[in-house]
Write a protein that binds this ligand. Structure first.
Ligand SMILES: [Fe+2]
Ligand SMILES: [Fe+2]
Length: 427
């Protein structure tokens, strides 16, 4: 179920990707859909192919994969399609976030402070779901998995904004960047201490071990920062977004520490959270004063709407990250209830889609754009809905309701196994 320590190979579920109509861009309401998950898996891989990924254990067995991942052929493929894929994934933002009218620097600051306060005083949907879960440990791990998406390659998108010449604001951003990198001390690098937190939960620490368990909302959020960083026409949006992110991290991690201590007591290493609760106080201040407001002062009114757009979009993605994770936690935590709902909602209907598996079928996960009832028609299988929880065993005739956007994998237990997928209007 986990990916091995090979950063070059990721399960994309090619058959299921083929269902996606890429000519119709995503709408705002589709961020947690299968279309979104499929596109963001690709997009994230494209972005990361522009960073240096080397496995901890050395390249010995992976030289050929390294060569292929960074090959000219794949680079040309990427370059030819990445802008279209970005348009597919993010063009809805232009209409979803409406920044019209004249904005002063004071209005920018007021907007920013308001957004930060709303986040600080609001509750985290994912942390609430963890606290209410029947199996809070599994739920807490699900959230760690989403954080690992960025945690194990932290500040990679930021690194793309460090080149060039843009005055004191460049140095301010660089100051934050070197903090993320532990001032050049590997043991203090945020990624290193994130891995420590995973290890304390006996979880894997190599990059994208949990690839199959990243959700669409968190993927779209992580990719958003790459999207803004790859194209410097979007630099001011990036500045707004990163200011918002750095500002809300500190209070967010204070809440996370409370929830995780309640779940695990002292059995988890929360150094990563404590470090961010502390240093992002600082980063939030630096980005506001020395990046956001300083850029507005220096470059004038024309950049202010873009700075605001970045703040507003970062806020939106932050919410999708939380809501998607919370929805997955709740579903995965209550599969018994969704078995009942699936069985109750099952009635004739249209032609179901048939899927067949054997124990050697490669494992992958997916979601659907609409709700489905999964019915096991042959053999025995495990339904996998979390990275660390016990899978739910399905026997012949068992049904489960899979709400729109919920991510799952099926692993065959018997030599042959098959299931049907029935579209449903049940929720
Ligand atoms: Fe950090
Ligand atoms: Fe930071």
């Amino acid at each position: 179920m986990l990916h091995g320590p090979n950063p070059y190979r990721r399960m994309l579920m090619p058959d299921a990707v083929a269902e996606v109509e890429f000519h119709r861009p995503l709408a705002a309401g589709e961020v947690t859909s299968w279309r979104s998950l499929a596109a963001h898996r690709l997009l994230g891989t494209f972005y990361e192919a522009d960073t240096v990924l080397l496995p901890e254990q050395g390249l010995a067995d992976l030289r050929a994969d390294f060569d292929l991942f960074y090959s000219e052929e794949l680079r040309r493929l990427r370059e030819a399609s990445i802008s279209d894929l970005e348009r597919f994934a993010y063009s809805f933002l232009a209409t979803e976030v409406d920044i019209t009218g004249a904005w002063t620097i004071d209005a920018l600051d007021a907007y920013f402070q308001h957004a930060a306060t709303v986040s600080e005083q609001g509750e985290s949907a994912a942390l609430t779901a963890i606290a209410q879960a029947r199996r809070p440990e599994v739920a807490a791990d699900t959230y760690l998995v989403q954080l690992a998406l960025d945690g194990l390659t932290e500040a990679s998108a930021m690194s793309k904004n460090l080149g060039g010449a843009y005055g004191p604001e460049q140095s301010a951003l660089f100051k934050i960047f070197i903090d993320e990198f532990g001032y050049g001390v590997y043991e203090s690098k945020h990624t290193t201490i994130f891995a420590k937190m995973l290890r304390s939960r006996a979880m894997a620490t190599h990059v994208h071990a949990y690839w199959n368990f990243y959700l669409a909302g968190p993927l779209a959020t992580n990719n958003y920062y790459y999207y803004l960083s790859r194209d410097h026409a979007k630099f001011f949006r990036y500045a707004g977004a990163v200011t918002y992110a750095e500002r809300v991290f500190a209070p967010g991690f204070v809440k996370m520490i409370k929830t995780y201590q309640a779940v695990f007591g002292d059995d988890i290493d929360l150094h990563y959270c404590a470090e961010h609760a502390h240093i992002d106080e600082h980063h939030g201040r630096i980005t506001r004063e020395q990046v956001l407001l300083a850029l507005a002062e220096r470059h004038g009114a024309s950049v202010v709407p873009e700075l605001i757009r970045g703040i507003a979009e970062a806020e939106l993605f932050g919410r999708w990250f939380e809501d998607d994770t919370a929805a997955q936690i709740r579903w995965s935590d209550a599969i018994d209830r969704y078995r009942e709902r699936g069985a109750a909602a099952l009635s004739g209907g249209g032609e179901p889609r048939r899927v067949e598996l054997t124990p050697v079928s490669p494992f992958g996960t997916r979601s659907h754009d609409g709700a489905m009832i999964l019915v096991l028609t042959e053999g025995e299988a495990d339904l996998v809905t979390s990275a660390t929880g016990e899978p739910d065993r399905l026997g012949r005739g068992d049904a489960v309701l899979v709400p729109a956007g919920r991510t799952y994998g099926v692993r065959a237990i018997s030599p042959r196994c098959g299931y049907d997928l029935h579209p449903t209007t049940a929720e």
